[in-house]
Design a protein around this ligand. Structure first.
Ligand SMILES: *Cc1c(COP(=O)(O)O)cnc(C)c1O
Length: 242
Protein backbone atom coordinates (compact mmCIF):
# COMPACT_ATOMS: atom_id res chain seq x y z
CA UNK A 1 0.00 0.00 0.00
CA UNK A 2 1.27 3.45 -0.87
CA UNK A 3 1.09 6.48 1.38
CA UNK A 4 -1.60 7.91 -0.86
CA UNK A 5 -3.68 4.70 -0.62
CA UNK A 6 -3.27 4.74 3.14
CA UNK A 7 -4.39 8.35 3.32
CA UNK A 8 -7.53 7.65 1.37
CA UNK A 9 -8.24 4.71 3.67
CA UNK A 10 -7.90 7.05 6.68
CA UNK A 11 -10.29 9.47 4.98
CA UNK A 12 -12.80 6.61 4.72
CA UNK A 13 -12.37 5.76 8.38
CA UNK A 14 -12.91 9.41 9.34
CA UNK A 15 -16.03 9.63 7.18
CA UNK A 16 -17.48 6.43 8.61
CA UNK A 17 -16.76 7.42 12.20
CA UNK A 18 -18.32 10.84 11.63
CA UNK A 19 -21.35 9.25 10.04
CA UNK A 20 -21.78 6.95 13.02
CA UNK A 21 -21.37 9.84 15.45
CA UNK A 22 -23.62 12.19 13.47
CA UNK A 23 -20.77 14.63 12.93
CA UNK A 24 -19.64 16.62 9.90
CA UNK A 25 -16.29 15.26 8.64
CA UNK A 26 -15.22 18.88 8.12
CA UNK A 27 -15.03 19.22 11.90
CA UNK A 28 -12.19 16.69 12.12
CA UNK A 29 -8.73 17.64 10.92
CA UNK A 30 -6.22 14.95 10.08
CA UNK A 31 -2.73 15.66 11.38
CA UNK A 32 0.00 13.50 9.90
CA UNK A 33 2.32 12.34 12.69
CA UNK A 34 5.59 12.39 10.78
CA UNK A 35 8.24 11.43 13.31
CA UNK A 36 11.03 9.39 11.63
CA UNK A 37 9.34 9.81 8.21
CA UNK A 38 11.70 11.15 5.51
CA UNK A 39 10.89 14.61 4.16
CA UNK A 40 10.38 13.33 0.61
CA UNK A 41 7.67 10.97 1.77
CA UNK A 42 5.97 13.74 3.74
CA UNK A 43 6.12 15.95 0.65
CA UNK A 44 4.16 13.32 -1.30
CA UNK A 45 1.34 13.56 1.21
CA UNK A 46 1.44 17.38 1.27
CA UNK A 47 1.25 17.53 -2.52
CA UNK A 48 -1.84 15.33 -2.36
CA UNK A 49 -3.53 18.02 -0.29
CA UNK A 50 -2.88 16.90 3.29
CA UNK A 51 -1.56 20.06 4.87
CA UNK A 52 -1.16 19.49 8.60
CA UNK A 53 1.83 17.68 10.05
CA UNK A 54 3.01 17.07 13.60
CA UNK A 55 6.60 16.55 14.66
CA UNK A 56 7.96 15.33 18.00
CA UNK A 57 11.50 16.62 17.88
CA UNK A 58 12.92 20.03 17.04
CA UNK A 59 15.87 18.29 15.43
CA UNK A 60 13.61 16.55 12.91
CA UNK A 61 11.79 19.77 12.04
CA UNK A 62 15.16 21.30 11.36
CA UNK A 63 16.38 18.41 9.22
CA UNK A 64 13.27 18.36 7.04
CA UNK A 65 12.83 22.11 6.77
CA UNK A 66 14.71 22.69 3.51
CA UNK A 67 12.78 20.03 1.64
CA UNK A 68 9.36 20.88 3.06
CA UNK A 69 9.47 24.66 2.88
CA UNK A 70 8.47 24.63 -0.78
CA UNK A 71 5.43 22.43 -0.14
CA UNK A 72 2.46 24.21 1.40
CA UNK A 73 1.81 22.93 4.92
CA UNK A 74 1.37 23.76 8.56
CA UNK A 75 3.46 22.23 11.38
CA UNK A 76 2.33 21.53 14.92
CA UNK A 77 4.72 20.42 17.62
CA UNK A 78 3.40 17.31 19.40
CA UNK A 79 6.46 15.99 21.28
CA UNK A 80 7.95 16.51 24.68
CA UNK A 81 9.45 19.99 24.67
CA UNK A 82 12.57 20.83 26.62
CA UNK A 83 12.95 24.46 27.56
CA UNK A 84 16.40 24.71 26.01
CA UNK A 85 14.82 23.91 22.63
CA UNK A 86 12.23 26.68 22.66
CA UNK A 87 14.36 29.27 20.97
CA UNK A 88 15.18 26.94 18.12
CA UNK A 89 11.63 25.66 17.74
CA UNK A 90 10.30 29.17 17.29
CA UNK A 91 12.56 29.75 14.34
CA UNK A 92 10.78 27.13 12.25
CA UNK A 93 7.26 28.29 11.34
CA UNK A 94 5.58 26.04 13.91
CA UNK A 95 2.02 27.37 14.26
CA UNK A 96 0.94 25.46 17.36
CA UNK A 97 2.52 23.63 20.28
CA UNK A 98 0.09 20.87 21.27
CA UNK A 99 2.20 19.46 24.05
CA UNK A 100 2.51 22.26 26.59
CA UNK A 101 2.45 20.53 29.95
CA UNK A 102 4.24 22.69 32.53
CA UNK A 103 3.73 26.21 33.76
CA UNK A 104 7.48 26.88 33.90
CA UNK A 105 7.75 25.81 30.27
CA UNK A 106 4.84 28.08 29.35
CA UNK A 107 6.57 30.95 31.10
CA UNK A 108 9.83 30.40 29.23
CA UNK A 109 7.94 30.17 25.97
CA UNK A 110 6.14 33.40 26.80
CA UNK A 111 9.39 35.21 27.57
CA UNK A 112 10.83 34.11 24.24
CA UNK A 113 7.70 35.16 22.36
CA UNK A 114 7.76 38.57 24.02
CA UNK A 115 11.32 39.03 22.78
CA UNK A 116 10.30 38.05 19.27
CA UNK A 117 7.09 40.11 19.51
CA UNK A 118 4.83 37.31 18.44
CA UNK A 119 2.15 34.93 19.66
CA UNK A 120 1.75 31.17 19.58
CA UNK A 121 -1.21 28.85 19.62
CA UNK A 122 -0.90 26.19 22.29
CA UNK A 123 -2.80 23.19 23.62
CA UNK A 124 -2.44 21.82 27.11
CA UNK A 125 -1.39 18.17 27.14
CA UNK A 126 -3.37 16.12 29.62
CA UNK A 127 -2.43 12.66 30.83
CA UNK A 128 -5.82 10.97 30.69
CA UNK A 129 -4.55 7.40 31.03
CA UNK A 130 -2.76 7.88 34.33
CA UNK A 131 0.26 6.02 32.97
CA UNK A 132 3.50 7.37 34.34
CA UNK A 133 5.17 6.88 30.96
CA UNK A 134 3.03 9.61 29.42
CA UNK A 135 3.55 13.33 29.74
CA UNK A 136 0.84 15.82 30.55
CA UNK A 137 -0.91 17.28 33.56
CA UNK A 138 -3.49 15.22 35.38
CA UNK A 139 -7.14 15.92 34.56
CA UNK A 140 -7.58 17.20 38.11
CA UNK A 141 -4.82 19.80 37.73
CA UNK A 142 -5.71 20.94 34.24
CA UNK A 143 -8.00 23.86 35.10
CA UNK A 144 -5.55 25.34 37.58
CA UNK A 145 -2.67 25.00 35.13
CA UNK A 146 -4.66 26.67 32.36
CA UNK A 147 -5.55 29.49 34.72
CA UNK A 148 -1.84 30.06 35.37
CA UNK A 149 -0.91 29.80 31.70
CA UNK A 150 -3.62 32.26 30.75
CA UNK A 151 -1.57 34.97 32.45
CA UNK A 152 0.95 34.75 29.60
CA UNK A 153 -0.66 36.89 26.94
CA UNK A 154 1.50 35.68 24.06
CA UNK A 155 -0.07 32.23 24.40
CA UNK A 156 -3.35 31.60 22.62
CA UNK A 157 -4.72 28.60 24.46
CA UNK A 158 -6.85 26.81 21.91
CA UNK A 159 -7.38 23.33 23.19
CA UNK A 160 -6.32 20.12 24.83
CA UNK A 161 -4.26 17.18 23.64
CA UNK A 162 -4.02 13.65 24.95
CA UNK A 163 -2.62 10.25 24.11
CA UNK A 164 -5.18 7.59 24.98
CA UNK A 165 -4.40 4.38 26.82
CA UNK A 166 -2.88 1.69 24.60
CA UNK A 167 -5.35 -1.05 25.13
CA UNK A 168 -7.47 -3.45 23.16
CA UNK A 169 -10.30 -2.66 25.54
CA UNK A 170 -12.18 0.07 23.73
CA UNK A 171 -14.08 1.10 26.82
CA UNK A 172 -10.89 2.01 28.65
CA UNK A 173 -9.60 3.98 25.68
CA UNK A 174 -12.93 5.76 25.41
CA UNK A 175 -12.79 6.72 29.08
CA UNK A 176 -9.55 8.64 28.37
CA UNK A 177 -11.17 10.67 25.62
CA UNK A 178 -14.26 11.30 27.74
CA UNK A 179 -11.97 12.58 30.49
CA UNK A 180 -10.41 15.05 28.07
CA UNK A 181 -13.79 16.34 26.98
CA UNK A 182 -14.84 16.73 30.58
CA UNK A 183 -11.73 18.79 31.29
CA UNK A 184 -12.61 20.96 28.29
CA UNK A 185 -16.10 21.60 29.62
CA UNK A 186 -14.80 22.34 33.08
CA UNK A 187 -12.29 24.88 31.75
CA UNK A 188 -14.72 26.56 29.39
CA UNK A 189 -17.17 26.97 32.26
CA UNK A 190 -14.57 29.11 34.05
CA UNK A 191 -14.77 31.67 31.22
CA UNK A 192 -11.14 32.65 31.51
CA UNK A 193 -10.04 35.64 29.48
CA UNK A 194 -7.77 34.61 26.60
CA UNK A 195 -8.92 30.99 26.79
CA UNK A 196 -11.32 29.29 24.37
CA UNK A 197 -10.87 25.56 24.44
CA UNK A 198 -12.32 24.62 21.08
CA UNK A 199 -9.87 21.95 19.99
CA UNK A 200 -9.60 18.38 21.22
CA UNK A 201 -6.56 16.66 19.76
CA UNK A 202 -7.03 12.96 20.42
CA UNK A 203 -7.06 9.69 18.53
CA UNK A 204 -4.29 7.92 16.62
CA UNK A 205 -3.97 5.02 14.16
CA UNK A 206 -5.64 2.48 16.43
CA UNK A 207 -8.27 4.53 18.19
CA UNK A 208 -9.29 7.37 15.90
CA UNK A 209 -12.89 6.13 15.57
CA UNK A 210 -13.41 6.21 19.32
CA UNK A 211 -11.83 9.66 19.53
CA UNK A 212 -14.08 11.02 16.79
CA UNK A 213 -17.14 9.62 18.55
CA UNK A 214 -15.99 11.42 21.69
CA UNK A 215 -15.55 14.77 19.98
CA UNK A 216 -12.01 14.93 18.55
CA UNK A 217 -11.38 17.94 16.30
CA UNK A 218 -7.84 16.84 15.39
CA UNK A 219 -6.68 13.25 15.06
CA UNK A 220 -2.98 12.49 14.83
CA UNK A 221 -2.12 9.54 12.62
CA UNK A 222 1.31 8.10 11.84
CA UNK A 223 1.63 4.34 11.51
CA UNK A 224 -1.54 3.78 9.51
CA UNK A 225 -0.22 6.21 6.89
CA UNK A 226 3.55 5.76 6.84
CA UNK A 227 3.97 2.24 8.24
CA UNK A 228 5.69 0.93 11.33
CA UNK A 229 8.41 3.07 12.83
CA UNK A 230 11.89 1.84 13.52
CA UNK A 231 11.96 3.15 17.07
CA UNK A 232 9.52 2.25 19.80
CA UNK A 233 7.33 5.15 20.86
CA UNK A 234 8.91 5.08 24.29
CA UNK A 235 11.85 6.72 22.56
CA UNK A 236 9.62 9.74 22.07
CA UNK A 237 7.42 9.62 25.12
CA UNK A 238 9.64 8.81 28.06
CA UNK A 239 11.54 11.22 30.22
CA UNK A 240 14.56 8.90 30.10
CA UNK A 241 14.83 9.05 26.35
CA UNK A 242 15.53 12.77 26.09
C1 LIG B 1 3.51 9.11 17.05
C2 LIG B 1 2.43 9.93 17.60
C3 LIG B 1 1.13 9.83 17.09
C4 LIG B 1 0.73 8.86 15.99
O1 LIG B 1 0.69 7.56 16.48
P1 LIG B 1 0.33 6.33 15.50
O2 LIG B 1 -0.06 5.25 16.43
O3 LIG B 1 1.58 6.03 14.74
O4 LIG B 1 -0.77 6.76 14.62
C5 LIG B 1 0.16 10.65 17.64
N1 LIG B 1 0.44 11.52 18.63
C6 LIG B 1 1.67 11.65 19.13
C7 LIG B 1 1.92 12.63 20.22
C8 LIG B 1 2.71 10.86 18.64
O5 LIG B 1 3.93 10.97 19.17
Amino acid sequence: MSVIDNLSHIDDRIRQACHKAGRDPQEVRLLLATKTVPAEQIATALDAGYLLIGENKVQEIKEKYEVLKDHRHETHFIGHLQSNKIKELIRYDVTCIQSLDRVDLAEKLHQRLVMDQRKMKVFLQVNTSGESSKFGVSPAQAAVVVQQMAAFDTLQIKGLMTIGLFSAEGQKVRACFQRLRKVQQEINALRLPNVAMKELSMGMSNDLEIAIEEGATIIRVGTAIFGQRQYPDSYYWNENSQ
